[in-house]
Ligand binder design. Structure first.
Ligand code: AMP
Ligand code: MG
Length: 396
């Protein structure tokens, strides 16, 4: 059986970066930019006023001329082509181009009117309240490099460079298939022997939380006919997530059925708890995860492995989940053998983290998952972690 590190290596090796896609800039957040963005112009493209006020020609002295005749107005979007004399100013709005014969702006609140003149109530340095052409960005300057993960804070500069679409790496299209003859959808009437589908909903929500396009295929029964019909549909996607049917039971048909459908097994079983019987495979169009049916196994499998594959396909860096360290508030005991991801409450106090395991009956105990905000990570060889001992955790 392979360990976590080897599983990650195999997933990275077998998950290929997807094609370039052109998306609207407004839809681009979360994608990895697949081109360099250059500014086609100086920014600002012309000297412009930073204030609503009056533009004038500064005489170079700190206590310059104080009274001016207002000869007109220039609004944002207008151009004033006339010449101003030394004793003249022009009313100017924020964002309007500075007339050629002016170099300084005084804010309207620092002036008053007297005898038909505008009197300046403040000393200004030459160039005050003007945004000069190219002072933020020069024409031809590289503003965002290929590989940048687009955030909302990037959108303004991309748009200011004139782009309405940009090239990014595609997101994987994900299909979710549940298996189990006992599983029915929430909302339907439960009969003895049946349980509601937790995983289908949870996996969809986990994909949506990452803004990934997700298609829900439904529930296949534990028989070859039902499974093979669903697999035909599911294998059209970049990533197929299957829950259930990958363990050792008589009706755990998924690994065999997948291989019959042309999926190459990369690994089956990882030395982790919960989620050991995890299946990972690839085919000509994409990759497949078979996540063991218990909901905590699904949650751990998605958090540790599916996110890693998604990030690799979208060209993210880094791609692996980040484990942090904190101190135990309670003793934790386990049977050594597998790396354990145990539901826990993580509290932060004074830049330190404190980990309290949640009472859990195991990988079917969905309430323990709901009470937790992370996993305590206990290494495979460990049998006890003492109070106050430092250990790893993964937040979610
Ligand atoms: P399996 O991996 O198919 O052997 O399932 C392991 C356990 O998880 C069984 O008790 C199943 O009933 C349960 N299980 C499987 N699929 C789901 C699901 N979609 N939602 C909730 N529990 C499930
Ligand atoms: Mg099953």
């Amino acid at each position: 059986m392979i360990d976590l590190k080897t599983a990650w290596e195999l997933i990275l090796e077998n998950s290929n970066t997807l094609n370039t896609l052109s998306v609207k800039v407004t839809d681009s957040v979360g994608y990895i930019l697949d081109e360099d963005i250059y500014s086609p112009t100086d920014m600002p493209p012309f000297d412009k006023s930073a204030m609503d006020g009056y533009a004038f020609k500064h005489d170079g002295n700190e206590t310059h001329e104080k009274e001016f005749f207002n000869i007109g107005m220039v609004a944002a979007g207008d151009i004033f082509t006339g010449e101003l004399k030394n004793n003249e100013c022009i009313s100017i709005m924020t964002g309007a181009p500075l007339p050629d014969s002016t170099d300084t702006v005084i804010a309207v609140e620092n002036t008053y009117k007297e005898d038909g003149k505008i009197v300046f109530d403040k000393n200004l340095k030459s160039g005050a309240n003007v945004c000069f052409q190219g002072e933020d960005i020069a024409k031809g300057q590289l503003v965002l490099i290929k590989g940048t993960r687009i955030k909302t804070s990037h959108i303004a500069v991309i748009s200011a460079c004139g782009y309405n679409k940009i090239k990014v790496i595609s997101k994987p299209r994900i299909a979710i298939l549940n298996t189990g003859s006992e599983i029915i959808e929430p909302g339907d009437q439960l009969r003895t022997g049946q349980i509601y589908n937790s995983n289908g909903q949870m996996l969809q929500a986990m994909c949506k939380a990452l803004n990934l396009p997700v298609e829900y295929i439904g529930i296949a029964k534990d028989n070859e006919d039902s499974l093979s019909r669903s697999l035909i549909e599911g294998l059209k996607y970049d990533i197929l997530l299957i829950s259930g049917g990958v363990s050792m039971g008589k009706f755990d048909l998924v690994p065999d059925m997948l291989q019959k459908a042309g999926v190459e097994k990369i690994f089956h079983k990882v030395k982790i708890k919960p989620g050991k019987p995890l299946f990972f495979g690839k085919h000509s169009k994409g990759i497949v995860f078979g996540l063991p049916g218990n909901p905590l196994s699904n949650f751990v499998g998605f958090t540790l492995f599916v996110t890693t594959a998604v990030k690799k396909m979208m060209n993210y860096d880094p791609v692996l989940p980040v484990f942090e360290t904190g101190f135990m508030t309670e003793e934790f005991k386990q049977r050594p053998g597998r790396k354990n991801f145990f539901p826990a409450v993580i509290n932060e106090d004074d830049d330190q983290f404190f980990i309290t395991p949640v009472k859990s009956n195991g990988s079917a105990d969905i309430l323990s998952l709901a009470k937790a905000n992370g996993f305590l990570i206990a290494d495979e060889e460990i049998s006890v972690i003492n109070v106050g001992e430092e250990t790893q955790f993964l937040r979610f």
